[in-house]
Design a protein. Structure first.
Length: 387
């Protein structure tokens, strides 16, 4: 009898182990399939962008899911803080899923209309979010990722963070509210970043004013634990003080000099022109090795994109976030139908030959009338509505 009981017990244990393995495999499969992961611990909702194989690039389904989740959080009295990060060890988010935008535009679908409309609506929700939202830049943070991070109340750069707005290289322009936040950076820093696509790393993202705090990535798990023990209805000031404490504990808070320190005066002067052509002339007159590097970067960009970006940042200084996003939505709808966008994607992402053929090919050929057309109102019922 004891032997029989033992056999029955062993069979039962095996069944349980088999069931456990099957459950774990199912959970793992679901984990891999989910593009947005949400974990509620204490009063904190941790949200993770989960497309690591695509560097967490945003597609329409992710935008929609994140929008729904944030709206729920606003009403949820059991959620006091939201954190946002990227899955994997390479990227927070590489921006929008450009391949989907390109193929849909070629097919004549309205995916681009829906994507930007809903993405910019999400950007506005983040920019006006009433609860503490902490974005953690744990890797590549390019283009559209800025709308998930810079617009929020708390943006934490880590030693893994790499930030840039490279859109002029693909026939687009810095969007997701860039006209609002880049235009407000001191010393023409925003114009410099927007026209050249210059990459910032770690601490420098804080130094230029695009991130609120710097914390070593190794300390993020500890930060999560502390956040999860906070009392309900924690204030933004309390979160700010907590992040500053972690900033002070980081081994590499600000041990190195600002990498752009020696070029701040050049940036302020050279990028203070009344046109892109004047900025180019200022750089040519400067003649330094640094200036030549910026000229080479600008020459690779779409001339139309450069002029759109210039006007967007000039106008953005006097516009609200909502007004800026409305202008940017108009621009996206014109740009994704334009030859330069498809050529930029071809040269950068599809063929990867790095040799785009822009049309028009020079700054001089991009007329004021052409630029103004991009900014002009859309047909009735097509405008971005953020009410």
């Amino acid at each position: 009898r004891n032997v029989e009981q033992t056999i029955i017990t062993l069979h039962s244990q095996r069944r349980r182990r088999r069931a456990t393995r099957q459950y774990q495999m199912t959970q793992r499969s679901q984990f891999l399939d989910e593009e947005l992961l949400c974990a509620k611990r204490g009063k904190v909702l941790h949200v993770t962008l989960n497309r690591p194989s695509a560097l967490n690039a945003l597609n329409l389904s992710m935008v929609r899911e994140l929008t729904v989740k944030l709206k729920e959080c606003i009403q949820d009295t059991e959620t006091s803080v939201v954190t946002l990060r990227g899955s994997g060890d390479k990227a927070f988010c590489s921006g929008g899923d450009l391949k989907s935008l390109t193929f849909s535009a070629r097919d004549g679908s309205n995916y681009g209309q829906h994507f930007f409309f809903e993405e910019f609506t999400l950007n506005y929700i983040i920019g006006t979010f009433p609860k503490p939202l902490i974005s953690i830049l744990n890797g590549i943070t390019f283009g559209g990722a800025a709308g998930l991070t810079v617009l929020g109340r708390f943006c934490v750069a880590t030693d893994r963070a790499v930030f840039c707005m490279p859109e002029c290289a693909i026939g687009l322009f810095p969007d997701v509210g860039s006209g609002h936040f880049l235009s407000r950076l001191p010393g023409n820093m925003g114009m410099f970043l927007g026209l050249t696509g210059h990459r910032l790393r770690g601490r420098d993202i804080v130094r230029v004013g695009l991130a609120s705090h710097y914390i070593d990535f190794s300390k993020i798990p500890h930060l999560d634990l502390v956040l999860e023990t906070l009392q309900p209805y924690v204030s933004a000031d309390h979160i700010d003080a907590l992040l500053k404490d972690f900033e002070s504990m980081s081994e590499t808070v600000f041990p190195e000099s600002f990498t752009l320190e020696q070029h701040l005066e050049q940036i302020a002067y050279c990028f203070n022109g009344n046109s892109v052509e004047e900025i180019v002339n200022n750089l040519q007159q400067d003649g330094s090795e640094w200036a030549h590097k910026q000229l080479n970067a600008i020459k690779k960009m779409s001339p139309t994109s450069l002029k759109i970006t210039f006007q967007l940042l000039k106008e953005g200084l006097n516009k609200s976030l909502a007004e800026t996003l409305k202008s940017e939505y108009r621009l996206t709808q014109r740009c994704i139908q334009d030859k330069d966008f498809h050529e930029g994607i071809r040269a950068t992402i599809l063929d990867k030959d790095g040799k785009p053929h822009w049309h028009p090919a020079t700054l001089q050929d991009v007329t004021a009338e052409r630029v103004n057309h991009y900014f002009s109102a859309l047909t009735e019922g097509q405008e971005l509505d953020l009410k």
